[in-house]
Design a binder for this molecule. Structure first.
Ligand code: ATP
Ligand code: MG
Length: 417
């Protein structure tokens, strides 16, 4: 009976897995070079962890199930809430700020399409314990640097906004957090008409003034007199100026709102427009109340997540995935005997740094040689009873066709054939 793969999931064949491991290694090394330390949390958590603060969109997409004791659990749809949960459980006494990174699979029950799967991977960072603009700048600079080193500089766009502007204005009009979140969702989705139904007309006009603003002065006009919003704009400009000086190309975009409820300040996204529909390859921002909302101390934080699969798609689109690098000497060891000595020879060659693939299907010498050829191996090492009795193995260089007998106690000479 054949059973299909669940909808929205993927298998990764060896070639693709090689590309994925390469990119994963690149990202890990980059995070490490900035002093971020990797953490890992469970694949599933209590559903409440995400229901608390992640927001409507993610709740609709969440995989929720009951375990045998009736506990409501969820596959993680994202990693910020689990990292904060872990922080509150066991990390909060460490020296601050804490710089953490992760590389994990996430699960969302979405309509599968190009660039959108039900299981996908995120690589991200979180800084816990700084409210300074430098923390925001570092997260954007780090993210931008990754895209800049991997893609042509005109292939991606970094858009930076600030939710404090919108929240500050709404607060000034006495609009509570829940309605703020609903407005932010609509803005995130570009559904500006929906905003009208949620807010009085004068407030709607001011909100639209912010999110459609093309310049700072237009925003200033829309928020004039709303002090918290003015402070937020000030904060955004401080971050933006520092980014400019650091050579981080970006644009201010007052419509960036993000789909997660916990953002409170700077928010940003990296887009690769050529990808079309799912062009957002990374997103992040400041979340100064989440740690406290999840039962921890009052600790400000900022972070980001890269959509690993989409970043890889972008690299493929721009032909930026390095070709297969075959490292080391590769050999097929062809046993023409049942002697266990075969394994000793393989072990010794591996200790010399060779990649040794032992032929285990009883192929004839001719067929085995032809397979070694088609796999692109450098050598065939033939071990038969005759060889073992004589105290040697036959080593065939598959490029030159030359074959020599190499004594068992001098296997390092095999590389000279
Ligand atoms: P989108 O607007 O595309 O749904 P999002 O706002 O839901 O994205 P985030 O929650 O910010 O995305 O997740 C961070 C990154 O993870 C995104 O920038 C995106 O690259 C990637 N991502 C999100 N959902 C998926 C998915 N279903 N499949 C593949 N990648 C995803
Ligand atoms: Mg989404």
């Amino acid at each position: 009976m054949r059973i299909a793969r669940p909808k929205g999931t993927r298998d990764f064949e060896p070639e693709e897995m090689r590309a994925r491991r390469w990119l994963e290694g690149f990202l890990r090394e980059r995070f490490r070079s900035y002093g971020y330390e990797e953490v890992l949390t469970p694949t599933f958590e209590h559903a409440r962890l995400f229901e608390e603060k992640s927001g409507e969109e993610i709740l609709e997409e969440m995989y929720v199930f009951e375990d045998k004791k009736g506990r409501r659990l969820a596959l993680r749809p994202e990693m910020t809430a689990p990292v904060v949960r872990m922080y509150n459980d066991s990390l909060k006494t460490r020296p601050h700020p804490l710089k953490l990174c992760y590389f994990v699979n996430c699960f969302r029950y979405e309509q599968p399409q190009r660039g959108r799967w039900r299981e996908f991977w995120q690589a991200g960072v979180e800084i816990l314990g700084s409210s300074e603009p430098e923390a925001d700048v570092e997260v954007i600079e780090l993210t931008h640097g990754i895209f800049d080193d991997l893609l042509p500089s005109d292939a991606f766009e970094t858009r930076v906004g600030h939710l404090g502007i919108l929240r500050g204005l709404l607060e000034e009009h006495g609009i509570g957090e829940e309605r703020q979140n609903r407005v932010a969702h609509l803005v995130d989705k570009g559904e500006l008409e929906g905003v009208r139904e949620l807010l009085p007309e004068d407030v709607t006009e001011r909100v639209l003034g912010i999110v459609t603003a093309e310049s700072v002065s237009e925003v200033e006009e829309a928020i004039a007199g709303a002090e918290p919003a003015e402070e937020a704009l000030e904060n955004l400009l401080t971050i933006s100026d520092q980014l400019k000086e650091a050579g981080v190309e970006h644009e201010l975009d007052f419509s960036v709102a993000r789909g997660l409820d916990y953002y409170t300040g700077m928010v940003f996204e990296v887009h690769v427009p050529e990808l079309g529909g799912g062009s957002q390859c990374a997103g992040g921002g400041r979340y100064d109340t989440l740690v406290r909302d999840l039962g921890g101390p009052d600790v400000p934080a900022v972070g980001m997540a890269i959509g690993f699969d989409r970043l890889l798609m972008a690299l493929e689109l721009y032909d930026r995935v390095p070709g297969e690098e075959l490292e080391g000497t590769r050999a097929l060891l062809i046993p023409l005997t049942r002697s266990g000595k075969v394994w000793e020879v393989a072990r010794e060659l591996r200790e010399l740094g060779w990649i040794v693939d032992v032929e285990v299907s009883g192929k004839s010498l001719r067929k085995a040689l032809s397979m070694a050829d088609s796999k692109g191996y450098d050598y065939a090492v033939i071990v038969g009873d005759r060889e073992l009795e004589g105290g040697y193995v036959s080593v065939k260089n598959l490029e030159t066709g030359e074959q020599e007998e190499v004594p068992l106690n001098e296997l390092e000479r095999a590389a000279e054939v």
